[in-house]
Design a protein. Structure first.
Length: 270
């Protein structure tokens, strides 16, 4: 039987998809084992592949994480591959997508005049160190503080539409659309960090599917999984807010066939 590692982190009990995935892998003929990505005792070469999943603490030590990923890829198959992880763990990748994205200012200076601002570092996740404010001076100060700490900032307008329509996340496994969900925005009033309780299945509109597929076509690597997070700009056009290729929730509990589709995609790539 094929043996694959499910790379997670110290607090793996927070990952509610782990057991579901390992069960689906087993049914697909893949023996899976959860391993902490930073455990020095793990022999990664013993696995036919290592699947990067809930490595949610990487943002605190990105360079260490990337060194780990580079080392794993030197001894076995890494999914998603190192080159993808290196690019995707710094949100400056948004500048190079070549598709509509949420307007983004990459400096503390010269902020546009927006009703509300979202300020965050380019290396972040789960709304960590992310602030929503209507005060332009505060937004500038927050971005400047990030720069002073050696962290590149990104500033975006807060889009009111996410309060009503929500964000749409499209989940792809080995290039195929599996399902889509409507996600509750993390910065909505009353939402907590990492809150996904408001997510539910959604049928994406054709223009959203077209944009997501265009984004993935531009990635020059095979992707076991991809999550394309979209919003609509004030004029109604879809835009990318995130391209999640490192450690996203895949919302497998929301679509009955999703875990099996994920397992099938892994089997195809082995």
């Amino acid at each position: 039987m094929t043996l694959c590692a499910y790379a997670t982190f110290e607090n793996f009990s927070e990952d509610d998809e782990l057991d579901l995935v390992l069960t689906a892998w087993k049914e697909a003929g893949i023996d899976g084992c959860a391993e902490r990505w930073d455990d020095p005792a793990v022999d990664w070469s013993a696995y036919d592949a290592v699947v990067v999943r809930s490595v949610w603490d990487y943002i605190l030590r990105r360079e260490e994480f990337l060194a780990w990923a580079r080392g794993v890829e030197s001894v076995t198959r890494l999914l998603n591959p190192y080159a993808v992880l290196e690019s995707n763990t710094d949100k400056t990748y948004l500048r190079d997508l070549g598709v509509p994205i949420v307007p983004t200012h990459w400096s503390s200076r010269g902020l546009p005049d927006w009703p509300e601002y979202v300020v965050k570092p380019t290396v972040s996740g789960g709304a960590r160190d992310t602030v929503r404010t209507a005060d332009r001076a505060e937004a500038e100060a927050l971005a400047a503080a990030l720069e002073a700490a050696g962290r590149a900032p990104m500033v975006q307008p807060y889009l009111d539409m996410v309060e009503s329509e929500g964000e749409t996340s499209l989940l792809f496994f080995n290039g195929r659309l599996s399902h889509a969900v409507r996600r509750k925005p993390m910065l909505a009033r009353g939402a907590g960090p990492g809150d996904i309780s408001g997510a539910g299945l959604r049928t994406p509109a054709p223009d959203q599917v077209d944009l997501a597929e265009k984004v993935l076509t531009a990635v020059p690597h095979v992707l076991l999984y991809a999550r394309v997070d979209l919003v609509r700009l004030p004029g109604g056009a879809p835009a990318v807010i995130e391209l999640e290729l490192t450690e996203p929730s895949l919302y497998l509990h929301h679509e009955p066939s999703a875990a099996a589709s994920f397992a099938r995609a892994l089997r195809e790539l082995l």
